[in-house]
Write a protein of this length. Sequence first.
Length: 568
Amino acid sequence: MKKILFLIVIFSVTSCSLDNKESNYNEIRLKLSRQDLTKLFEGQELYSIKGVKSRFDKKNVRVSSPPSKNQHILLLDFRQDFYEGANEILLHSDLKLYEAYESLKWFINKNKLFWPQMKFVKIKFHENIKKNFVLIEIPSKETIEYNGNRFLQILSLSKTKERLEIDKSKTLSIINFLECYDYDYNSLALLEEFMKKTEVKLASFDCIKIIPNTITNKIQFSIDFKKISYDGNGEIDFLHYLNQIDEIKKIDHKQLNLAAVSFLKLSETNLKRKKYKKIIFKDKIEIYRDTILSNTELIVSKGTKIKLYNNAKIIIDQGVILFSGNENNPISVEGFGNNSILLKNIDSISLNHVSFSGLSNFNDDCKKNPASITIYNSSCSINYCNFSKNRIGDDMINLFSSKFTIKNCSFKDIISDAVDSDFSSGEISNSSFERIGNDAIDCSGTNLLINNVTFTKVSDKAVSAGENSKIDVINSKISNSAIGYVSKDGSKLNITGDIIMSDNDLDFVVFQKKNFYKTASLHYDGVIEDYRYLFQEGCIIFSKDQKLKYLLNVESKLYGKEYGKSSK
C-alpha cells in the first residue's frame, strides 16, 4: 500500500523545470495501472526485466524498467512496429537530458551529426497519474535512415578487447577504420559536451555506438541510452573512453580542441568568414589523377573543356564553385575512364551552361558512392546544364543534405537514376528527362517543387517520393514510361495544374515499403480512375473520384515483377 501511495505522489506532480514549456507538448497515453507501475519501479526484478504489455500512442508495446537509483526509467520495445522510426525508445525522468540536447541541437544540425532524437513528453498512465519524461530514441539502422543518414554499419568498442565489433551492418566485413576513416571531431566534441552537461557515465565501452558516414569517410559517436548504467555502477567518463579509442586510432587533440571551441557560444554570426584560395580553370584542362582541393574558390571560365582520364576524380571540400559558361561558350566536363565528382560542404555552387558526360560513380579502395556527381551539405544552383551518357553507377547526380535548384536542364541517356535527392530541399523546373534507365527523380526525406518538367521513356519511376518526402508537382508531362508518380513510406505527393500522362504502364502508385514510416499519401486535382494505378490498403488518396480500388500488397507487383524495373 505504501508503494502505491508513493507512486501516486511521484507521478501526480508534474515538473516545472522547463519553465512551463510542457504546455506546448501533447500528452501521450501509456496505459499502465498503478499495480503495473508498482511492479516496474518498486516490485519484482522479473517485471523490471521482462516487462509488461501495454499500449503507447495506439501502438502495442512491451514496457520494462532498467534498474535506477534516483530516476524513473521505462524502456519501450515496439517489437515489429516502430514509433517515429524507432523500434525502441526510452522514457527518462531526468529532464536535464532534454535540456542538454536542446542546448546542443544547433551544433548537431550545423555539422550534420547523428544523435538520438529527444523530446519532452507528458505521459498519462492512468486518469490521475501523469509525469513528465524525456523521450529518447535508441540508435538503430532504422533511426539512422529516418534521421537523414545513409546506413552502413553500427560499431562499438569491444568490452574486453581493444578492437571494434559490428552491432549491425549491411556488409559482412568491418570498415577499414585505420586507413579509410578518420574521427569526426565535431561528433567527439558533442559527445564530450553532452556527457559533461548531464554527468552521464558509462557502464561499458559498448554504450557508445560508432557510426560511419560513407560520404565524408568519418566516424561519428552516439550514446545508446538503453545500455547506460543507471544504478550507480557506471565508472567510464568521456576521458576514459577517449583514451580507449586512442589505442585503436590516434586522436588528433588539436582538431578535437578546435571543435570544442564551438561550445564557447561562438555562433555562426560571430565566426570569421573564411578566406578561400582562388583557382581558375580555363581553356583545356586534362586531368589524369585525383584533383583534391579544400578551402578553395574554384572558377571555371566560359568555354573551358575539362577531360578526365584513368580513374581521376575531382574532390572539393569547403569553398565556393562557379562554372561561368554561357549559351555561346558552354563548359564541358567529359570522362574517359571511371571518373566522378564529389563536392562537400560548399558554401555556393553555381553551374551555368555546362555539359556533363561519360562520368561514373565514385569508387576507390575506401569509398563507394552511387553517383557520378555527389553534392553533400552544400547550396547549389544548376542552370542550363546537360547531363548524359554516364558509364557506371546508380545515379547521375546525388544531392545529399543540400539545398538546390535545377532549372532549364536536360537529362538524357542515363543508365540508372538521373536525380537522386536525399534529405535535401529544392526545385526542378523547365527541365526534361529522356531515356532514363531507372528513376528520373528519386527522393528520400526531401522537400521538392517540380514545375513544368517533361518525362519521356523512363524505365522505372518518373517521380518517386519516398521516406517522408514532400513533393509538389505542377504542370508536368509523363509519357511512354513504366511508372508515372509514386508515393511511399510517409511521403506526401501533391499534383496540380496542367498534368498530362500518356502511354505509361502505370500512372499512379501509392504503397508502403518500409514499416517504420507512416502512411504515404497522394493529392491529385483530377480523376484517377481514368488512369492506370495501384494503391495499397491504408494509404491516403485525395482526388475527384467517387470510388477507387485498393490492394493488400502493391510492392509484390513492382520492381520488375509486373511493373517497373528490378532494383537489384
